[in-house]
Design a protein around this ligand. Structure first.
Ligand SMILES: Nc1ncnc2c1ncn2[C@@H]1O[C@H](COP(=O)(O)OP(=O)(O)OP(=O)(O)O)[C@@H](O)[C@H]1O
Ligand SMILES: [Mg+2]
Length: 276
């Protein structure tokens, strides 16, 4: 999957935290990743990745600067495009303006293995052009009724906008894998019944204080705390996004996979300390 939209029906469910960690894991696996903060004008990716804004998408739109000038690289090797905070030139873009910007980003991103859009929640003029441009949709949902209801609505509309979008759900802030799977199965059942469509299960991420801690420390949680539970879960979700299946044997195999994925046979001292 080349272009992925990370979306949700409700706001505040963890899209940006998960998108930053997803991009980090894929980059650490040797792929070239472009992460686009599509909250144009109200960005958070820079904050969650510890980036200092220089030239931004605001400068691209207002001053005609080149997209390559606006790329910022994270410590883990993810390239990021972000809008800068409070730019009216970005917040006032109409749907044609957003579509034009997305098209430029797609052309610019041709050399990347994956382009990930961290979208605003819901749909509308600022999100629909991204859905149209995407191959896949990662739907982030919590397990409460309101979040699940809006997830259903988000999927229904997304497929109306682009019928061949490949969609997967990641259930965030669960107590464990069993709860995540059960919630996902309920949504899958409703989607199958009322939309006659297949919603894939791309995993769940447990409630984990390391996520908020990493946000405060301005690093993706999977980079800062790679052995934390949420980071283990995110590796499995990334594997699903890349076309694999949910690994039911996560506890047994995680350290082995961590070694091979993250660091050529070495687990850094701080990871060992945390694992102990
Ligand atoms: N698995 C988790 N465990 C604990 N805290 C989490 C988890 N996932 C997200 N959070 C916390 O939830 C808050 C919201 O996360 P985030 O900003 O990523 O949501 P969002 O969906 O991008 O919000 P918005 O819709 O405003 O863009 C953050 O404080 C984050 O630390
Ligand atoms: Mg966000």
């Amino acid at each position: 999957m080349k272009t992925l939209a990370v979306t949700s029906g409700k706001g505040g469910v963890g899209k940006t935290a998960l998108a930053c960690s997803l991009a980090t894991i894929i980059a650490q696996d040797g792929k070239k990743v472009l992460l686009v903060d599509a909250q144009f004008g109200l960005p958070n990716v820079d904050l969650y990745c510890g980036l200092e804004m220089g030239c931004t998408l605001g400068h691209v739109v207002r001053d005609g600067r080149e997209l390559r000038d606006a790329v910022m690289a994270t410590d883990a090797g993810v390239d990021v495009l972000s809008g800068g905070s409070g730019w009216k030139e970005l917040s006032l873009l109409d749907s044609a303006g957003i579509a034009g910007l997305i098209n430029s980003i797609l052309s610019f991103g041709a050399g990347y293995d994956h382009i990930i859009f961290d979208c605003p929640s819901g749909f509308g003029d600022r999100v629909n052009p991204i859905l149209e441009a995407s191959d896949g949709l990662m739907l982030v949902s919590l397990g409460d009724a309101a979040s699940l209801m809006n997830s259903y609505g988000m999927l229904k509309t997304s497929w109306e906008i682009k019928s061949d979008l490949k969609a997967g759900i990641v259930v965030n802030r669960v107590s464990g894998a069993a709860q995540g799977k059960q919630i996902a199965q309920e949504v899958q059942g409703i989607v199958g019944q009322f939309l006659s469509r297949e919603l894939q299960y791309w995993g769940s991420v447990r409630e984990d204080s390391h996520v908020g801690k990493a946000c405060m420390e301005r690093r993706p949680f999977s980079e800062k705390y790679p052995v934390a539970g949420a980071s283990q879960d995110m590796i499995d979700a990334a594997n699903c996004v890349m076309g694999g299946e949910v690994d039911e044997t996560v506890e047994v195999s995680f350290l082995g996979r961590l070694k091979s994925k993250f660091n050529k046979g070495e687990v850094a001292a701080d990871l060992q300390a945390e694992a102990a």
